[in-house]
Design a protein around this ligand. Structure first.
Ligand SMILES: NC(=O)c1ccc[n+]([C@@H]2O[C@H](COP(=O)([O-])OP(=O)(O)OC[C@H]3O[C@@H](n4cnc5c(N)ncnc54)[C@H](OP(=O)(O)O)[C@@H]3O)[C@@H](O)[C@H]2O)c1
Length: 274
């Protein structure tokens, strides 16, 4: 595994584990629990020790499965991220969400707690106060946001008193390159890691369809998925969290590590999707 510094003395893997769809989507689905637990453990054993979940996923069941999967591992070897849903951003609701997530995960603390989506109906200062309280109480080591554009990230940060954001989790891939122009430079200037979600465009990037991607896969002797993930993690300040329940996908994605696209190829690839 390769790592990137998230905060002083704390590194996270360039490739983590996404979990959307595990344990259901908008509602709980218990039909694949055992296979999903096995897949999460396989990912951890391959070094994908940053596990990304959310209270929303599977109406909480995803967190329960992550909790069951990580139970045999040393807590300090894992980096667990979860998120508070947008209708729980009032102070007391957020604290209750945090406590619910910890209970489902079977943890005393998470590593990173994110506001999943902004909600203009709740004053930002109130949400930030609650988020800081979670850090202050030791429920989470770090705090951050998700789906916040740079202006809102700056505004939210201005409400923080004792802590700073370490991450903004946003959609970023060859198919969705918008963060490259505004958010990513802002994050770099402010020491905020960009966690790229949907990095494989839901698996579309693994399929034929872009001639430059096909040529580069051939040139580097890698698969389309590996080249697509390499394009992301080769960028300063970026880590990615592909989701893969298929053990073959997990192993394949690991092949995005240990090498780099040249600068010219990286640019050509980005332009071919623009
Ligand atoms: N903060 C947010 O609002 C937000 C929004 C969306 C996602 N996320 C997070 O980001 C994670 C990743 O995003 P995502 O799940 O939307 O999409 P994704 O990671 O781009 O794609 C996941 C899909 O790609 C397939 N796949 C994985 N590796 C593959 C490979 N090597 N070859 C072919 N197919 C492959 C998976 O199949 P199998 O499962 O069958 O292996 C799955 O169907 C989520 O799981 C979630 O944790 C956060």
């Amino acid at each position: 595994m390769e790592y990137r510094e998230l905060a002083e003395g704390v590194k996270i893997p360039l490739l983590g584990l996404g979990t959307w769809g595990i344990g259901g989507r908008d509602t709980a689905d218990r039909s694949r629990d055992e296979a999903e637990i096995r897949a999460i453990r396989r990912g951890i054993e391959l070094g994908m020790t940053h596990i990304d979940t959310a209270e929303y996923y599977g109406a909480g069941h995803c967190e329960e499965l992550v909790g069951a999967a990580i139970e045999p591992y040393e807590r300090r070897d894992l980096f667990v991220t979860t998120k508070v849903w947008r209708n729980h951003l009032r102070h007391d609701d957020l604290i209750a969400s945090m406590e619910g997530s910890l209970r489902r995960l079977g943890l005393e603390y998470v590593d990173l707690y994110l506001v999943h989506w902004p909600n203009p109906e709740v004053p930002l200062g109130e949400t930030m106060g609650a988020l800081e309280r979670c850090a202050h109480e030791g429920f989470t080591r770090f705090i951050g946001v998700s789906n916040f554009p740079s202006a809102l990230l700056a505004e939210a940060q201005s409400h923080l008193r004792e802590h700073r954001f370490v991450a903004d989790q946003v959609e970023y891939s060859l198919e969705e390159q918008e963060p490259a122009s505004g958010l990513l430079p802002f994050c770099r200037r402010n020491g905020v890691t960009l966690i790229a979600y949907t990095p494989l465009a839901k698996g579309r990037l693994a399929r034929p369809g872009n001639a430059v991607l096909d040529v580069l896969a051939e040139k580097y002797g890698r698969t389309r998925a590996q080249v697509s993930l390499n394009w992301l993690i080769g960028q300063e300040g970026v880590v990615a969290i592909p989701k893969a329940s298929d053990p073959l996908h997990l192993e394949e994605n690991l092949g995005a590590l240990g090498w780099r696209l040249s600068e010219g190829d990286s640019r050509r690839l980005a332009e071919s999707f623009a």
